[in-house]
Write a protein that binds this ligand. Structure first.
Ligand code: SAM
Length: 295
């Protein structure tokens, strides 16, 4: 069965009287070249793969061919019968639905992925997440995966093209945002290729892109206090047109004198804007302010 063939997909869905739920980000891939490329970028024969949102299984099938084992987490139980048919020939896949395993719940945002990895992938040399992500939870899912410090090799996902550019930008350049720095802290981000709206059914309003986040063994910088570093970074990017001095003092209620001192110590002018700073400088400033706050 060719799951990237639009008439096959439509027949399958009609048979189950399936209607797409926009609220679940249901845009299914029908570009035959995309899934094999995503699977090859993410996994090899020693990899355990977590897929979020298999839909009708178009990417799942390709992952099963390449990887050692696949666990696919799907929120929409209406897809159960369809997946039973489309994945019938895959011997190395498990689809997690609410009742399928009482210790798991089907929402990828709430599942205990650390426990899942231990239980399902103990014999895999590496583990990755590969998904055509529902766009309504792109950033929360990526940040949740990174912040959970799961033993992942990579996260290879389809996201909106605009989000891909933001995530994969260079910290210190205009295109970067707080999410760029947050991702860069944990992983090396790379945009692999773009996919037009015509590659999906129904077609989304925007272009998409596949990105690969290679998880770092240790974070890119080592701040004195990680929680404060992230707060500081978010504040730096909160009001992009304002100087770091103004936006950080407004957002975090820190006295300007403390920020002036930190800027001077780093030999930076008072009108410095957060978006111009690289990770090392952001870390240095956050540390200075943190030290000052601790007295
Ligand atoms: N992988 C399929 C493909 O590429 O055609 C489907 C991708 S579609 C963009 C997103 C999928 O994620 C849908 O099947 C949707 O039901 C599922 N989904 C949405 N929210 C989810 C969540 N919180 N946890 C797990 N799956 C979710």
């Amino acid at each position: 069965m060719n799951l990237a063939d639009i008439s096959t997909v439509k027949k399958l869905l009609q048979r189950e009287d399936f209607s797409f739920k926009k609220s679940l980000g249901q845009n299914f891939l029908v570009d035959a070249s995309v899934c094999p490329a995503m699977a090859a970028a993410a996994a090899d024969k020693n990899t355990g793969v977590i897929e979020i949102g298999p839909g009708i299984g178009v990417l799942t099938v390709q992952l099963c061919e390449i990887a050692k084992r696949v666990v696919a987490i799907e929120l929409d139980e209406r897809l159960k019968n369809i997946l039973a048919v489309t994945l019938a020939d895959c011997g190395n896949v498990e689809v997690v639905f609410a009742e399928a395993n009482f210790s798991f719940i089907s929402d990828a945002m709430k599942i205990d992925l650390a426990a899942l990895i231990k239980e399902k992938f103990a014999d895999c040399k590496k583990v990755c997440v590969c998904a055509n992500l529902p766009y309504y939870i792109t950033s929360p899912v990526i940040m949740h995966l990174l912040e959970s410090r799961l033993p992942l090799d990579n996260i290879t996902v389809m996201v909106q093209d605009e989000a891909a550019d933001r995530i994969c930008a260079t910290v210190g350049r205009r295109e970067a945002g707080a999410v760029t720095a947050a991702v860069d802290y944990f992983a090396q981000a790379q945009k692999l290729f773009t996919v037009g709206a015509e590659g999906f059914v129904p077609p989304p309003k925007v272009k998409s892109a596949v990105i690969k986040l290679r998880i770092r063994k240790t974070p890119k910088v080592t701040p004195l206090n990680e929680e404060f570093f992230f707060k500081f970074v978010r504040a730096c990017f909160a009001q992009r047109r304002k100087t770091l001095l103004n936006t950080v003092s407004n957002t975090l209620h820190i006295e300007k004198s403390v920020l002036r001192k930190a800027l001077a110590e780093a030999s930076l002018p008072e009108n410095t804007r957060g978006e111009t700073l690289d990770m090392q400088t952001l870390c240095r400033l956050a540390d200075s302010v943190y030290r000052e706050k601790q007295g």
